[in-house]
Ligand binder design. Structure first.
Ligand code: HEM
Length: 267
């Protein structure tokens, strides 16, 4: 469903219903299956006498109330879970996987990060995540539809109803925007807030990713834990190539648990 859905977002939707064997019909079928699975999970959770003591996200949503006291219906719960999984988990996890891939190929930065984490610092780590998101953005495109009569964009005038796709990857690889863009260089962001018009892994404007701050916090905590508890095996292997994992574009990495004797600051 995620793989098909992410392809369909790149295409204009058909004006007519093309039937259940069309890609859109297949997607609706998957969505019905997804809703049925979530419906069963909800029924099991509601039957749990311990529900009010649970703090998993499904239990929290079932106990949540709108201002008028009403509970979320099953469709709303399913929508939120799908957002968390497809927009939230997949993107964050894949960015972290790229972080490991990049650090294994840059042992000098890795060593500085481990030392910084052991001393309780965070500046280089935050800059590293920013640089991973620049050099390996996991969402490559975002789009906008022209709603006004037309839109003047540089030398072009784009008519109403047209979609404009913005390539996040191309902006991030542009040497005129990020000098020496091909290099993995976290120091370019040390002590510097990235420019919100050129550093756009979370998109931009009013529809910028709503989970950006949460994802940044989560990636920082997970990377800090990885640096403290694991040894990322350095490698001279060529860079991982990009491939689609459905929503996001990812790669592979190898890690080992760090020896417990190694000194480090208390968390
Ligand atoms: C590293 C992690 C993430 C990346 C790279 C990412 C990337 C993006 C991008 C590129 C967009 C499109 C923005 C635009 O068109 O301007 C977006 C939108 C969105 N993201 Fe994320 N995202 C991440 C994490 C999350 C998380 C953790 C959540 C929720 C918990 C989330 C929920 C959403 C939602 C709901 C939208 C649609 C916002 C709207 O249309 O108003 N994302 N994200």
């Amino acid at each position: 469903m995620v793989t098909l859905g992410s392809r369909l977002t790149m295409m204009p939707g058909p004006e007519l219903d093309l039937g259940r064997f069309s890609p859109w019909g297949r997607f609706r079928g998957y969505r019905r299956e997804f809703d049925a699975i979530i419906g069963r999970l909800i029924a099991t959770a509601r039957a749990d006498p311990e529900l009010d003591r649970r703090n998993d996200i499904l239990a929290l949503m079932l106990q949540a109330r709108y201002d008028d006291g009403a509970a979320m219906d099953a469709g709303a719960v399913a929508d939120q879970l799908l957002t968390l999984l497809a927009a939230g988990h997949e993107t964050t996890a894949t960015t972290l996987a790229w972080t490991v891939e990049r650090l294994r190929r840059h042992p000098e930065i890795l060593a500085r990060l481990v030392a910084e984490a052991d001393e309780g610092g965070s500046q280089l780590r935050k800059a590293t995540i920013t640089e991973v998101q620049r050099s390996r953005p996991v969402v490559d495109l975002t789009g906008r539809k022209v709603r006004g009569d037309s839109l003047a964009l540089g030398q072009w005038v784009v008519p109403r109803g047209y979609c404009i796709m913005v390539s996040i990857g191309l902006v991030h690889q542009d040497d005129s925007v990020f000098p020496n863009a091909g290099a993995f260089d976290p120091d370019r962001f040390v002590g510097v807030n990235p420019d919100t018009y050129s550093w756009v892994p979370f998109g931009g404007g009013t529809r910028r990713c709503i989970g950006a701050a949460f994802a940044a916090m989560e990636m920082d905590v997970v990377l800090r834990t990885l640096l403290r508890d694991f040894e990322l095996a350095a490698t001279r292997e060529p860079d991982e190539g990009w491939h689609s994992r459905g929503v996001a574009w990812g790669g592979l990495a190898v890690v080992r648990r760090r020896k417990p004797t190694e000194g480090r600051a208390a968390v």
